[in-house]
Write a protein that binds this ligand. Structure first.
Ligand code: SF4
Ligand code: SF4
Length: 395
């Protein structure tokens, strides 16, 4: 499809043409180091941590599957990172009552860490920490390399399709927010957080993948294939967590600044941006809910002090070498806070896990959009599960 670029309105360069822009050459190289090696190490480290958590959680489930003869009764608290909705509800419950719920306390601190990271350095969680973001990036790079080899251009969706698709994640986020913030008070939140369903939501998630249904497998395969041809399909169009962090990121004081006086419009930053942001034409700052603070654009800019991170409050440049400690420092500050305050491991007993895991297939979501009758049945099952937990004799 051919489409004219309106050169008089450079700021509205047609989105799907951005990826086909050719860089101007040659340009003097700057000497400041790059952020990308640290970012890739960060992604690698968090991917390894996720795998390690997965292995430990496997042994945790084995413990209950074998009646304690194999595996281990150690639940890695980091698994709470994969329960963002429960964690968000826990933070909301804390805001309403001042109580830190003990079902998934690590999730509470991880959620706060991610939220703070977004306030500090935009949506950096997506491009520095999140293992799904890492996988999406790797698949996107792979797809792009193949596409470039065959068609000599990057695969992109036209803007008329890209824009409406990007709104899907906000719709999902809207439903989630209405279901939690507009429909639940402290009592309903406590009922959910206390429920056996919530307590073993990590176990249910594990079995969702361990005993994956054919339908779920097809959905994942389709998402995978789409991500090969459309970079970060899940993250860009469907992830409500990313949508939430994108909104929060708009309030971050650290923004990428383009020095319009020095910029030579070489296009390198725009070409480097995986989020298809027209960096070379921003008036001053990159302000976009799609920017993941990967800083590929900053690394791509060949001129000193032309494209860099600036604190919009102090108007001071943030050096590249400060970015990595900032990301790690912010995130692990909250992890450390959870550990030192003794709110990292949950307080769920072995007896509770034994009963709840045995009943896992009959435990349902105690809230949601089911009919009143279904809701009553689920609440009843959650009650039964709690009643079946043997009461420990008082010492
Ligand atoms: S604008 Fe820069 S930091 Fe933001 S997503 Fe694009 S390349 Fe990454
Ligand atoms: S900001 Fe840097 S990379 Fe982007 S167009 Fe200007 S000189 Fe080129």
């Amino acid at each position: 499809m051919t489409e004219k670029i309106d050169t008089k309105k450079e700021t509205i360069i047609i989105d799907h043409k951005i990826d086909q822009i050719k860089p101007k050459k040659p340009i003097r190289k700057e000497r400041e180091g790059k952020v990308q090696p640290s970012r890739l190490w960060s992604q690698f480290a968090f991917a390894l941590i996720s795998i390690w958590i997965g292995v430990e959680f496997y042994y945790f489930t084995q413990y209950f599957e074998t009646g304690g003869s194999a595996g281990s009764f150690y639940r890695p608290p980091g698994v709470d990172a994969f329960l963002p909705i429960s964690s968000m509800m826990s933070v909301y419950y804390f805001a309403l009552t001042g109580d830190l719920h003990q079902a998934h306390p690590a999730g509470f601190f991880i959620f706060l860490g991610i939220l703070s990271l977004s306030f500090v350095l935009g949506k950096s969680f997506c491009s520095w920490v999140c293992p799904v973001g890492t996988i999406s990036e790797a698949i996107g790079d792979f797809g792009e390399a193949i596409w470039l080899k065959i068609f000599k251009r990057k695969p992109t969706l036209p803007r008329w399709l890209d824009y409406p698709l990007r709104s899907i994640k906000y719709l999902l986020l809207g439903f989630l927010f209405i279901a939690v913030f507009f429909s639940m008070g402290a009592v309903a939140l406590k009922a959910f957080l206390d429920s056996p369903y919530n307590i073993i939501s990590d176990v249910k998630m594990y079995y969702f993948f361990a005993d994956i249904s054919q339908f779920a497998l097809i959905v994942i395969a389709v998402l995978f294939l789409l991500s090969v041809f459309i970079r970060s399909f899940w993250c860009r169009y469907l992830c409500p967590y990313g949508a939430f962090l994108g909104v929060v990121s708009l309030f971050s004081p650290l923004k990428i600044k383009r020095n319009t006086e020095k910029c030579t419009s070489c296009h390198l930053c725009t070409i480097a941006c995986p989020s298809r942001i027209n960096v070379e034409n921003v008036k001053k700052y990159v302000i976009s809910d799609e920017c993941t603070s990967c800083l590929k654009c900053v690394d791509a800019c060949p001129l000193r002090d032309t494209l860099y991170v600036e604190n919009i409050i102090t108007k001071k440049k943030v050096k590249k070498k400060a970015i990595t400690p900032l990301v790690f420092g912010t995130f692990f500050l909250f992890v450390g806070l959870g550990i030192v305050t003794g709110n990292w491991q949950n307080k769920v007993t072995k007896e509770e896990y034994e009963v709840y895991i045995e009943m896992k297939n009959s435990l349902g979501h105690p809230t949601g959009v089911q009919s009143k009758r279904e809701l009553e049945i689920m609440e009843q099952r959650n009650r039964e599960a709690k009643e079946r937990v043997p009461v420990k004799p008082q010492k």
